[in-house]
Design a protein around this ligand. Structure first.
Ligand code: CP
Length: 326
């Protein structure tokens, strides 16, 4: 087991090797059990995590803040719009200065073509770990919690298990493509056969697809892309269906609306879930557009594991903080 993760950044899903992810999961389950048993685990006493947000959050903010407190430290919530970042503080200055104040810097910056670059520039200048709370390319902590949840529900040997990562229609806003990108990168490494389902205009970034295909080849698993939701759901053990934007196709708001509205029938409902295995699980990182992206019957139904999935954000994040910030 590789345990020396002290000082490491987690920005992209492949920043940690498979063995290092296994270490994270082991620590996450240990911390989850300690919390269940009321065993104190103040591994990061007196450590402070900067939590810098350029974009709204419910789960990420709450679980990072609760997590660092449970580890004996403190989380400092900072919004870009109430700092001097909007008046010119640069990435280098943020990395240098926050690196001297804090023991870790967690950042959420989802702006298309900007967020991931921002995190990497801060990391270059920082002497402490930079943790990606979601950017335009990756959502690695969501993916760790997802993997943890899949293993809890389907067992730790995932070879020959099929996951469908599917696009779904949403009316609220153009969501980042970071969640599906993280999933197609990470899950093949753990032996899962991956089917990516989306309308043609909603492709993922070509460089991420190339990496995902390479990971699938290396792991000897099946990786395919289909443009039909029903076809994707067929015989799936894990259904992971959520919306994302068509940024690779167009960023013009009117065109995006017109294209997205062509696919209102891409909703997860009981009929589509019936195409998956009888004991399949339904996953969503939330927030979801209820009864637009997924029916309430599925979201609140017997296949749904969305609350366990949300809970595991806490344990997975505590594990990474404990390993990298100690
Ligand atoms: N899943 C997720 O990242 O949720 P929030 O956007 O609420 O943080």
């Amino acid at each position: 087991m590789i345990t020396n993760l002290r000082g490491r950044d987690l920005i992209g899903d492949l920043d940690f090797s498979k063995e290092e992810v296994e270490t994270v999961l082991s620590v996450a389950w240990d911390l989850k059990m300690k919390r269940a048993l009321g065993i104190e685990h103040a591994i990061l006493r007196d450590k402070v995590l900067a939590m810098l947000y350029f974009f709204s959050s419910t789960r990420t903010r709450a679980s990072f803040e609760a997590g660092i407190a449970q580890l004996g430290g403190h989380g400092a919530f900072i919004e870009s719009r109430t700092t001097q970042i909007s008046h010119g503080d640069t990435e280098k200055e943020m990395g240098e200065i926050f690196g001297r104040y804090f023991d870790g810097i967690a950042i959420r910056h989802c702006d298309w073509g900007i967020g991931n670059r921002y995190l990497n520039l801060v990391a270059e200048a920082s002497r402490v770990p930079v943790l990606n709370m979601q950017c335009d390319v990756y959502h690695p902590f969501q993916c760790l919690a997802d993997l943890m949840t899949i293993m809890e529900k389907k067992g730790r040997m995932l070879r020959k298990k099929k996951v469908v990562v599917s696009w779904a229609y949403a009316a609220s806003y153009s969501k980042p493509m970071s969640v599906p990108q993280s999933l197609v990168l990470q899950l093949p490494r753990f032996g899962m056969d991956v089917t990516l389902a989306h309308p043609p205009e909603f492709s993922l970034m070509p460089e991420i697809m190339a990496q995902a295909e390479a990971e699938a080849r290396k792991a000897g698993v099946h990786f395919e892309v289909v443009h039909d939701m029903e076809e994707g759901f067929k015989d799936a053990d894990v259904v992971y269906a959520k919306s994302w934007g068509c940024m690779n196709y167009s960023t013009d708001a009117d065109e995006v609306r017109r294209i997205t509205d062509k696919y209102k029938d891409w909703i997860t409902d009981d009929a589509k879930m019936a195409l998956a295995k009888e004991d399949s699980i339904y996953m969503h990182p939330l927030p979801a557009d209820r009864d637009i992206e997924v029916t309430s019957a599925v979201m609140d139904g017997s296949h749904s594991v969305v609350f366990d999935q949300a809970e595991n954000r806490l344990h997975a994040q505590k594990a990474v903080m404990a390993l990298t910030m100690n």
